[in-house]
Design a protein around this ligand. Sequence first.
Ligand code: ATP
Ligand code: MG
Length: 354
Amino acid sequence: MKIKTPLKQLKLSVPAQETPITSFLTASGTFHDGDLLLNLKGLRLISEEKESRPADSKELEFEFSLEDFETIKVVGKGSGGVVQLVRHKWIGKLFALKVIQMNIQEDIRKQIVQELKINQAAQCSNVVVCYHSFYHNEAFSLVLEYMDRGSLADVIRQVKTILEPYLAVVCKQVLQGLVYLHYERHVIHRDIKPSNLLVNHKGEVKITDFGVSAMLASTMGQRDTFVGTYNYMSPERISGSTYDYSCDIWSLGMVVLECAIGRFPYMQSEDHQTWPSFYELLEAIVESPSPSAPADQFSPEFCSFVSACIQKNPRDRSSSLDLLSHPFIKKFEDKDIDLGILVGSLEPPVNFPR
Ligand code: ATP
Ligand code: MG
């Protein structure tokens, strides 16, 4: 730790009587006053630099170090690594720590670190904040905003299907995140799927793995590094053609349809268990007509929304911005639908084996 101010200049101010003591104490029992943090572990100064992070408290402005985190439990496993719930020993705040094992050359690593730094500046309430990233012991560790109700994959595992009003609320938030990524950051997410749409108890939905997959793909060549699922990939992507922002819209449509009908749209309705092989999937996505929402079970607005997303020709798909004002989204906008009630009624996410 670098101490930037001589210690003798520091002053511990005692909170005034009328100020509630909790405004000076963090959850971990850390005394917090101005730039100073003090707890059983000692004394710490927070950085004077004001970085452009969307920190929700001044406590997040100081330098992170991996040793400052204690693991609480593993919350998920992906094909690239493990996600743990961790607590910052100093400020008591919870984070998700995602560790991606990657043995790569120095120059590529530097490029990735550079990209991650740019991504850390993400400022959108529907994109998961990446507070910090480290490269240590041949692994990237990302300190992420912790989303306490897991992913949309966890939600549909429990509820099987999500009703239209809730889906509209989910879609609106994902679209807001996509508008930010597409129009402000000019990036294609490339891996929109239920496990990359995270939920918290407030009913907020946020896109994650923005940057990670995009950065890996652009740094190391798109096809060689893809390790996730192909299920939500658009026809032009799975067949190796060029693609643009609209591939994220296809994926969103597939996710929404899956949440509504309770099964992956290319899965045969009689047999919900057998997942198609890569070649069966490739053939289905590229050759067969695109899936749609059954008109006898869903509203015309919902069917139209799904069809605006799942179009085989990328040019026929609506943009994220246009979809935000689609009648399906508008229909429930002033209905005060609380997604927090739905996710709050579920069991907390558990670490399902993959
Ligand atoms: P893949 O690696 O194939 O893309 P994945 O998206 O499930 O699959 P990870 O991104 O490693 O893999 O995430 C694993 C799981 O960890 C997620 O499904 C989610 O349940 C949980 N998770 C990820 N990030 C967070 C977070 N920020 N807060 C809470 N839980 C998270
Ligand atoms: Mg993920």
